[in-house]
Design a protein around this ligand. Sequence first.
Ligand code: ADP
Ligand code: MG
Length: 727
Amino acid sequence: MSNSRFRAVEEAFVRETVVAVPPARATSEYYGCNVFNRKNMRKYLSADTRQKVYESIEQGVTLSREVAEHVAAGMKRWAMDMGATHYTHWFQPLTGGTAEKHDSFAEPYGKGESLEEFTGKLLCQQEPDASSFPSGGLRNTFEARGYTAWDPSSPAFIMGDCLCIPTVFISYTGEALDYKAPLLKSETAVSKAAAEVLKYFGIEEDFVYSYLGWEQEYFLVDAALYAQRPDLIMAERTLVGHNSARNQQLEDHYFGSIPGRVIEFMKDLEFECYKLGIPIKTRHNEVAPNQFEIAPVFEQANLAIDHNLVLMALMKTVAEKHGFKVLLHEKPFAGVNGSGKHCNWSLGTGSGIGLMSPGKTDEENLRFLTFMANVLKAVYDNNALLKACVLTASNAHRLGANEAPPAIISSFLGTQVTTAFNELLNSTDMVKISGKSGYSLGIPQIPQLLIDNTDRNRTSPFAFTGNRFEFRAVGSSANCASAITVLNTITAYQLERFKEAVDKRIAAGTPVMQAVLDETRETYRACQKVCFDGNGYSDEWKAEAAKRGLDCETSAPVVYDAFLSPQTLEIYKDTNVMTDVELRARTEINWEIYCKKIEIEVRVLADLTANHILPVATRYQSILLDNVSKMKEIFSPGEYEQVAAGEIQIIKDIAIHTSEARALAIEMEKVCDEVSACECERSKAVGFHDKVIPYLEKIREHVDALEMIVDDDMWPLPKYRELLFIR
Ligand code: ADP
Ligand code: MG
């Protein structure tokens, strides 16, 4: 056992479990202790100031400079009492992940002394040197000014020794350079539009909230093995690696008992989450070996997204403590399931009315069908855009690659809701009845139990699950804001159109409820083609979906065009979520990041092939050559032919695979250089998709074939069976 792979395997085997010792206290005692929440505000802010902050959180009222000063002072005292020494404006640049630049509270004032400072100005706004964040051409480097502005609706929190203040990140000319700013605007847009439609039902609400409950899937691998895989380190996925004999075919991992070392990691992670007020609820094994899921209770989308981003950062640090590396890539291993981040999304009022929840009365059910029909229409009209907002170089390995979900956005409703809609299509008038609402829809009641007994369809990208939609196409490494912003925006736009149409009917003399019913019926009629309850993987569905006018494109760079369609530009302008310029910039960045990710994979695979795989394969081949030539001396020609035939065949196979892999790798780099030279980001990305990616697959086939031939002792990279089965 000389090679470093075996040392890593041994290390993985003997690694001791770090036992997480959660305090012997009830979670409620420390829950949210690292958050500047209401409980902490009560200790550090005056009643007046608190009132203003609550108004700002709940109603979006802007805080005055004076109040901000008070908040900053209280926040600083709290943070310092908690041991924090630094603060940062925490934001979500378009690179993915989060960004932070720590500044010390210490303010040396020149006489060898210093005091701690944190003013309202520092709380509200900062100007990070933003030149290195992608801007899609919005900022030239020489005018690299961008600024971060406090988002009071997401509470400040402490990570390590740093007070983190959630902020939006915008250019000096006001364009969004992050995920949060458009998300907040989309929340406002959908809130307004939904509140207007609610008025038909006699419900007056100032705000309608979008809610999100994400389900984060991830893989864990042993840190020592990870360190032996340049592809995992550089590209976050294995670019080579033969399937292990056993993977997920026995279906014995899903919901299986969680391995000891992993459960300790999970406990530790949950402890850290609770301190930060992240409401983690669920943990379980996922389908693939070493794949797991963590999910919280849903929250208002903006907060849920911040929490998910904090979680992703925490996962990495906590995993390290336990000798693991966490993989958030959508497809780290070929041949087993990839990871997604299902986004459970719904709209609801502050008073607790779920707009996607069926009710008890006819009126409640009409309300339910109205909002359902509008969401479905929005999804139908914008199915390409919905795909564009979740498709990335890494998520492309899931979507459309014969894995849940397919790359055609359709919606699963289940039999009960479908039946209700069908009845609606066939009904004409409402039936007058006595009683509170005074009318009946003439369609069957939707059972109250729906939430618990909706049928499950695991392949649908956008499935109704009783009181919410589950958008399953979102990737595990994504910032959910990208998807939620689109959902909110297209729904807002559609609800506005709905209201216009209903008002027209009312103006023409139709009674209000009848007008709503009629328009709901027509809305559903116009979009029912987006509903599909069958098998999303069948070839029949692909043909059928194309006939229904659903977007079937799978090439990410081409799918991104949906961001710039006249329809998208109009929707974003109308809802005030993003300008043409912002959408253009974002799309440029999407193409740019796509190219960079593939280019990294190319460089890593070329290096792996030339410097790791081929030398080893050739060395093994020489051993065999030496062996067969010595056999020749011992055996008679007749015997030799028989006993050496097998080895000679292996020598030939190695020769074929190594020469092919070498030639392909050289060609791949050449094509990659040619494609990279292209000035237009879109053409470049299309080039990477069409011309470069096929090489990655072809080279992999040869390398994986070599893995099965070459002496296991000599193979330099940890194998799938080791990466996926060693705990
Ligand atoms: P699954 O059975 O799909 O794996 P999970 O329990 O893992 O479901 O996750 C479901 C997620 O959906 C949770 O985060 C849950 O809080 C969230 N959720 C439940 N109701 C709603 C709702 N009305 N709106 C948004 N999210 C919701
Ligand atoms: Mg789940």
